[in-house]
Ligand binder design. Structure first.
Ligand SMILES: *[C@@H]1O[C@H](CO)[C@@H](O)[C@H](O)[C@H]1NC(C)=O
Ligand SMILES: *[C@@H]1O[C@H](CO)[C@@H](O)[C@H](O)[C@H]1NC(C)=O
Length: 323
């Protein structure tokens, strides 16, 4: 059921659009991303059923773009990563011996995405300030990790990506936004917002939602980082969702987001994805290694998120409206 999540999303959208009586209502992702792409030339796909039905009833809706495509890409990327890893393993091992299986010591080298995220984020804070360029770079590295986290993190990844794009776009065009606080202050002083009601396409809006997403993931990963925990990660995900995101989501997102999180598989499946190994190859050594790295990521994030939040509060930019 690759498209399980999207079926749920699609059904909710249909219900919502028709209950609303408005065919132009466009549910949004956090930070103003539209859940439904702009209308484009319809074309056929093998995922016929639901999207064709929707297109017939409401041509405005095009579920083929956005999240579906992204989830597909994530899927094929996992596949190609796995293949690449397998090829590397075979090649490297072939130099040493003709045996087929590798000791876990060699397999665990593949948690390199997680390593990139940790080292990138640990360079974000300099002298009590957040370095904007490094923050965006770290978010990009993280996005690549989240995308490899599977279907259950598909919406989290999509949301994160669109907010990182938004922040980066403004940052690249601005001058003197080297630190987060200077970027936010410049944008505010240029009259971008209406008080604490942030402009939809502002860097502040993107960065506010990136921070909320990281706070949500922080609590989730700190639970996943407990080896031997019998709690399924989807419970942690839902608890963390209620704490960090739900207060700012309208009813629509409050249905869609948790529904996607309940697709989350076992803790071991999540850990093996972060490790970049097949579930069958996950042994206790790899598990401990990934858990240790997730804990270190969480400990890098917590103080960063605190500074990030106090920058927003000090500048009066904490927009608490629901989307
Ligand atoms: C940051 O992440 C990128 C991948 O996005 C990686 O190539 C780079 O080496 C990382 N930088 C550091 C300092 O770890
Ligand atoms: C600015 O915010 C105030 C207070 O929420 C609101 O009444 C007003 O309509 C907003 N102005 C614009 C242009 O959005």
């Amino acid at each position: 059921m690759r498209r399980g999540v999207m079926r749920v999303v699609a059904l909710l959208i249909i219900q919502h659009a028709f209950a609303d009586g408005s065919s132009t209502h466009r549910p949004r992702f956090t930070g103003g991303y539209s859940l439904i792409d702009r209308p484009r030339r319809p074309h056929r796909t093998h995922d016929d059923g639901i999207s064709k039905k929707i297109a017939r009833r409401n041509p405005f809706m095009n579920l083929r773009g956005g999240a579906v495509t992204t989830l597909d890409k994530v899927g094929s990327r996992i596949q190609s990563d796995v293949t690449a890893i397998q090829i590397t393993i075979v090649e490297e091992w072939g130099k040493i011996s003709s045996a087929v299986r590798l000791p876990s010591r060699r397999r665990r080298l593949h948690a390199d995405k997680l390593d990139d995220v940790c080292t990138n984020f640990s360079a974000v804070m300099t002298g009590g300030e957040i370095d904007t360029a490094q923050l965006i770079k770290a978010c990009r590295a993280h996005l690549s990790l989240v995308k490899s986290g599977g279907r259950a993190l598909g919406l989290v990844a999509k949301d994160l990506e669109c907010n990182v794009n938004k922040a980066e776009h403004v940052f690249k065009q601005s001058r003197g936004g080297g630190t987060l606080s200077s970027l936010l202050r410049n944008e505010r002083d240029a009259g971008a917002h209406n008080g604490s009601e942030l402009h939809e396409d502002s860097a502040a809006m993107g960065l506010l939602w990136i921070r909320r997403s990281l706070a949500f993931q922080c609590d989730l990963y700190s639970e996943i980082a407990q080896p031997g925990s019998s709690q399924p990660p989807k419970h942690a995900a839902c608890r963390s969702y209620v704490k960090h995101l739900a207060p700012f989501h309208g009813w629509m997102l409050q249905k869609v987001f948790p529904a996607s999180l309940t697709q989350m598989s076992s803790r071991e499946a999540m850990v093996s994805k972060f490790a970049g190994v097949a579930l069958d190859d996950l042994d206790s050594e790899v598990d401990r290694e990934v858990s240790r790295k997730l804990k270190s990521l969480v400990s890098i994030w917590r103080p960063l998120i605190d500074v990030w939040e106090s920058d927003f509060e000090r500048l009066g930019l904490e927009d608490v409206r629901r989307v």
